[in-house]
Design a protein around this ligand. Structure first.
Ligand SMILES: NC(=O)c1ccc[n+]([C@@H]2O[C@H](COP(=O)([O-])OP(=O)(O)OC[C@H]3O[C@@H](n4cnc5c(N)ncnc54)[C@H](O)[C@@H]3O)[C@@H](O)[C@H]2O)c1
Length: 217
């Protein structure tokens, strides 16, 4: 698969894709401070990543800097947002409107990163028929019917772990092509389905471990 700029996106290493949003935030912060240009060195000081790494990562996107002054901030932001898919809204459904699912529905920041949750599904009769942040909550049984009308291809999974696989299978059967899995269950999907597992707790474990190391010193 290729981008509009003709770059082969399969070749981009995942760590680079994870770092690019940091460059975007750094560039936005600099723009707020009134800067018009930003060099890799300046960005490096800002976000504490090696300047040569930044230059290497940015070589994957269609942007070129000017000697000494660096990248024009407005162009860098535009190109990065476009490259990362943040300028297009990707429609998604959320499954399981509990404490985590409800919080995600309330998070208006997701749209800034290109994710628009257009509907949610739950089985709790107290939730079905209500809405959160303007997002309607339907009964899970309505999913197959809804997806035909809404043209959604992303599913956010925030159901109890015990039914994670069952709900995933339903999503995939209905036409979902990418699952953002927040459950701690390693869901199994056909090869063509994209899965992104996300856990706040995994990061916590790393933090606790590193903290313990520093406390021992
Ligand atoms: N990744 C993370 O960092 C993180 C953080 C918190 C929770 N979690 C995980 O997210 C999941 C949800 O956690 P929670 O605390 O919000 O739980 P919760 O019990 O508050 O919410 C679960 C919701 O799923 C609904 N549900 C049950 N069966 C369903 C079905 N068939 N279809 C649709 N909805 C259904 C329930 O009615 C409930 O509203 C759990 O698997 C939990 O382990 C992950």
């Amino acid at each position: 698969m290729t981008t509009r700029s003709g770059k082969n996106i399969e070749k981009i290493p995942e760590p680079t894709l994870r770092r690019l949003p940091w460059y975007l935030s750094g560039a936005k912060l600099m723009r707020e401070r009134g800067e018009r240009y930003i060099s890799s060195t300046r960005l490096s000081e800002q976000i504490n990543i090696d300047a040569s790494q930044i230059a290497k990562d940015l070589s994957f996107v269609n942007i070129s800097g000017r000697t000494r002054v660096g990248y024009e901030i407005d162009s860098l932001i535009r190109v990065l947002e476009d490259f990362l898919g943040f300028t297009r809204l990707h429609k998604a459904y959320l499954f399981g409107v509990g404490s985590l699912g409800g919080a995600l529905l309330r998070d208006s920041g997701l749209a800034q990163f290109g994710l628009e949750i257009v509907g949610a599904f739950d089985v709790n009769p107290e939730l079905v028929g209500t809405s959160i942040n303007g997002i309607p909550i339907y009964h899970t049984d309505e999913f197959t019917e809804r997806i035909r009308q809404d043209g959604v291809c992303i599913g956010v999974l925030t159901v109890p772990i015990s039914i994670a696989q069952e709900v995933t299978d339903r999503m995939v059967d209905g036409g979902i092509r990418a699952v953002w899995n927040f459950t701690p269950f390693r869901i199994r999907v056909p090869e063509h389905i994209v899965v992104q597992n996300t856990s706040l707790y995994a990061h916590l474990a790393v933090m606790f471990n590193r903290l313990n190391e520093t406390l021992k010193k």
